[in-house]
Write a protein that binds this ligand. Structure first.
Ligand code: ATP
Ligand code: MG
Length: 397
């Protein structure tokens, strides 16, 4: 019955929620001028119709790889409009992890009338060549989280894309940017490494406190009512987020402290709001807590994060279904019901989750509800995904 209190103060600080979401792309990138300049240098000559470029972007979780590639391709397109028609297409290989899926995504982005399914990768490649060679657009393909593709494809598609002009009276059809959290260069075929060239590598260093403060300031200006987020608050956000250097954490701290202040009926955030929110995060986002879990405990945790990002509780039944989906995604055999339960208990002992038992409103029995009061599921999710990647890779070696 106290739910109505949650609405106290709503709207006193946050004017627009969109800039606080992770997919929001700001007009300007904060504090990455040197990296943008380096990309610009790599793309020197792109205005010439016969030139293609290629670049590799690496960096840890939340270092701004994805947003850098979006801002760069937008800038490039805008700057050369009138000289060269550049068409950026961004494909996230986490969602499209096979060669055929990437090609399908690519061809439908270029030609919305193209049949979605039913064609093999060879046919799509043919059709892609025809289409690209037939028009004047230069394709700038960004393959984000490319390690997912490399795992299944070993670089075959990259190799084909890089050779798209070979044997034809063509040049400069396609430029390629690949992005990965880990050092993908080592995983690639040597032939591709030489084609990408080590000088085309842009590595993003982890953000320091001032940069994270500036990122939080940019979001606060876009999302919050003027005068509701004082400098001291932004400084505190920068300092706390610098403990892991993830820009997502800075944005999440801003949103959560704004909501916390609104719930207390205030029209201004105070540094204590940030401290309280950050202290709760600090306990659990310790990287080694996640790293030290077994693979299946990590998979269970990931399924919980995904749901709890949107809702405040999940039932154990739903959690188990989500766990199966996550196992399928990583191509590992799910453990039995009993083992899954044990993993939930482990997560509870580590204070990553809490559970409460409630009488079911319909049907018999009691249902367990799981929640994550001491962590920010969105930030934790990325961390767990990174840890799972490493565990899965190790297990396959
Ligand atoms: N320099 C920046 N200026 C403004 N916003 C930024 C900057 N860097 C990161 N962000 C924001 O922080 C969030 C995380 O950045 P992004 O998604 O680009 O990280 P990433 O390196 O791709 O992470 P992951 O490895 O998890 O894919 C996004 O909402 C992004 O817009
Ligand atoms: Mg990314």
């Amino acid at each position: 019955m106290t739910d109505y209190l949650n609405r106290i103060g709503a709207g006193k600080i946050i004017r627009d929620h969109a800039p606080l979401t992770f997919d929001y792309i700001p007009d300007e990138l904060v504090g990455r001028d040197a990296e943008l300049t380096k990309l610009g240098e790599i793309f020197t000559g792109i205005e010439d119709g016969r030139v293609s470029c290629r670049a590799v972007i690496t960096g840890q979780v939340g270092s701004g790889k994805t947003v850098l590639s979006h801002c760069f391709s937008k800038d490039l397109q805008r700057h050369f409009a009138g000289t060269r028609d550049i068409r950026p297409v961004h494909v996230n290989c986490r969602n499209h992890p096979s060669k055929t899926q990437v090609l399908q995504r690519l061809i439908t982005a270029l030609d919305s009338g193209h049949p979605e399914r039913g064609l093999g990768s060879g046919e799509i490649m043919q059709s892609l060549r025809r289409q690209l060679h037939g028009n004047k657009e230069h394709l700038l393909l960004v393959l984000d989280e490319v390690d997912h593709l490399l795992r299944s494809d070993k670089g075959d598609l990259l190799y084909q894309l890089l050779r798209i002009d070979e044997g034809l009276e063509q040049a400069g059809t396609l430029s390629l940017i690949i992005i990965s959290q880990t050092q993908v260069l080592d995983l690639l075929e040597p032939a591709i490494i030489s084609r990408f060239g080590t000088s085309n590598h842009v590595h993003l260093e982890v953000y320091a406190a001032e940069q994270l403060e500036a990122i939080a300031r940019q979001r606060a200006e876009a999302a919050c009512i003027e005068g509701t987020v004082p400098d001291g608050v932004l400084r505190t956000i920068g300092q706390r987020a610098a403990e892991i250097g993830d820009a997502r954490l800075a944005i999440e701290l801003l949103e959560d402290s704004a909501k916390k202040a609104e719930r207390s009926g205030r029209g201004e955030i105070i540094p204590d709001d940030v401290r309280i929110v950050a202290r709760e995060v600090g306990q659990t986002v310790e990287p080694n807590v996640v790293e030290n879990l077994t693979l299946h405990a990590q998979l269970s945790l990931l399924s919980l994060c995904r749901r709890l990002r949107k809702e405040d509780e999940v039932t154990t039944g739903d959690a188990e279904k989500l766990y199966h989906v996550v196992c399928e995604e990583y191509e590992v055999e799910p453990r039995s019901h009993t083992t899954f339960w044990k993993h939930l208990k482990t997560l509870e002992q580590q204070q990553l989750i809490e559970s409460r038992t409630a009488n079911q409103t319909s049907g018999r029995g009691r249902t367990q509800h799981l929640s994550m009061p001491a962590a920010l599921p969105g930030t934790l999710e990325k961390r767990v995904e990174g840890a799972i990647e490493r565990s899965v890779r190790k297990a396959r070696l």
